[in-house]
Unconditional design. Structure first.
Length: 72
């Protein structure tokens, strides 16, 4: 069912505008990844992450990742 802008939450409106801007940029500039080959190990990792997010799993907190990367 279509909704009017007045019926949307702020987050829904931000998502709608963001998607429209992204679509327009791709139309104007093209896909920056076009022609690149995705390595098999990267494809598998992305699919694992997609499945994890679909099951409600989340990654580590940003602060934790920053601390971990600073000590690496």
């Amino acid at each position: 069912m279509a909704r009017t802008v007045a019926e949307m939450t702020g987050e829904e409106l931000r998502e709608l505008v963001g998607a429209a801007v992204e679509q327009k940029l791709v139309e104007l500039l093209g896909d920056p990844d076009a022609g690149f080959v995705l390595r098999e190990n990267v494809r598998k990792r992305l699919l694992r992450q997609k499945r994890a997010v679909a099951k409600g799993e989340r990654g580590e907190l940003l602060d934790t990742a920053i601390r971990r990367l600073k000590t690496a």
